[in-house]
Design a protein around this ligand. Structure first.
Ligand SMILES: NC(=O)c1ccc[n+]([C@@H]2O[C@H](COP(=O)([O-])OP(=O)(O)OC[C@H]3O[C@@H](n4cnc5c(N)ncnc54)[C@H](O)[C@@H]3O)[C@@H](O)[C@H]2O)c1
Length: 281
């Protein structure tokens, strides 16, 4: 694999593009919104330069990483990619439509990966004529710091694709964990009650946001549930909870909370809008 296409330049796509460029892959970043591509490229540039200032990155490595990274104005510009990694919003129809388009654009040998947190890899694969070449590569936030990548085997994914996914994950310095295509895979399924119970406690006025977060951190967690939801994005976290709840036929333990719905509707999405459960002036 030499060239990687990343689709979606938001919270996850930008970070995934950065890792790939730093690890020696030619990287093409596309977003439906041109401004997002530019903003994301600038952010990556600033992060890499900061690494040089801090002595973590050699100037020559930074220069070659930046030379390997470029933006794309059209989906068709992703044609040279050997692997595409999709990181667009958590909506099945949107992702299926994108996979169908990528299938017609990418070369026959190319693999198509999704960074979905909860949706079915098998359903996305079915939108293509190469379901054996579709897999999940689920990165965690922030991608440049989090070691784990869930490598998800859809029902039609071939062993060769899984082997390539695992080898690629190691090549970018991450730790692959092979998962079945089950709703929310492993980490996000385990994490649903972490967010859900915290929201229910808040809804019952059992404690306020900082109290719940600080108590959870005394157990050894790096972040409390509300700090983490703000980092993830309330919209993204809510979409993942909704899709998990629906995938398990309204299993009560995954039920979304009205507090979060109201905040999403009000545009209080966390760090990315500078206001969520906390403010980020
Ligand atoms: N935020 C997290 O902590 C996190 C962690 C792991 C996985 N994920 C998953 O990654 C995916 C993306 O999440 P995010 O937090 O980066 O979302 P985000 O909202 O920050 O970014 C999504 C980007 O996709 C772009 N987009 C929308 N439609 C598009 C299209 N048709 N083609 C190209 N670009 C399009 C948007 O303009 C936006 O820039 C989701 O599936 C999410 O579940 C998120």
């Amino acid at each position: 694999m030499a060239t990687i296409a990343v689709i979606g330049g938001g919270t996850m796509g930008g970070g995934i593009a950065q890792i790939n460029a730093m690890r020696g892959f030619d990287t093409i970043l596309y977003d439906v919104d041109d401004e997002t591509v530019n903003r994301s490229l600038q952010k990556i540039q600033a992060t890499i330069r900061k690494g040089v200032e801090l002595g973590k990155t050699q100037p020559a490595d930074a220069d070659s990483a930046l030379a390997r990274l470029r933006g794309a104005a059209r989906l068709a510009d992703l044609a040279p990619a050997d692997l595409s990694i999709e990181a667009v919003p958590e909506k099945l129809d949107l992702k299926r439509d994108l996979f169908a388009q990528l299938d017609t654009i990418l070369k026959p040998h190319a693999l198509l990966a999704t960074n979905t947190s909860s949706l079915s890899v098998t359903a996305l694969a079915a939108a293509t004529r190469r379901p054996e070449k579709v897999l999940g590569l689920h990165f965690f936030n922030p991608p440049h710091l989090m070691a784990l990548v869930e490598v998800v085997r859809g029902d039609s994914t071939s062993q060769a694709t899984m082997d390539a996914g695992v080898a690629y994950t190691r090549a970018i310095g991450k730790t692959p964990v092979v998962c079945k295509d089950t709703p929310a895979f492993i980490v996000n399924r385990v994490a649903r009650p972490f967010y859900g119970e915290a929201l229910r406690l808040l809804g019952e006025n059992a404690a306020d946001v900082p109290t719940i977060d600080s108590l959870v951190k005394t157990l050894g967690f790096r972040m409390g549930p509300f700090e983490l939801i703000d980092l993830i994005g309330l919209d993204v976290n809510f979409a993942v909870t909704q899709s998990t709840y629906n995938a398990f036929f309204h299993e009560p333990k995954y039920r979304p909370h009205p507090i979060q719905q109201k905040m999403v509707e009000a545009g209080l999405l966390g760090r990315k809008t500078k206001k969520g459960f906390y403010e980020y002036p």
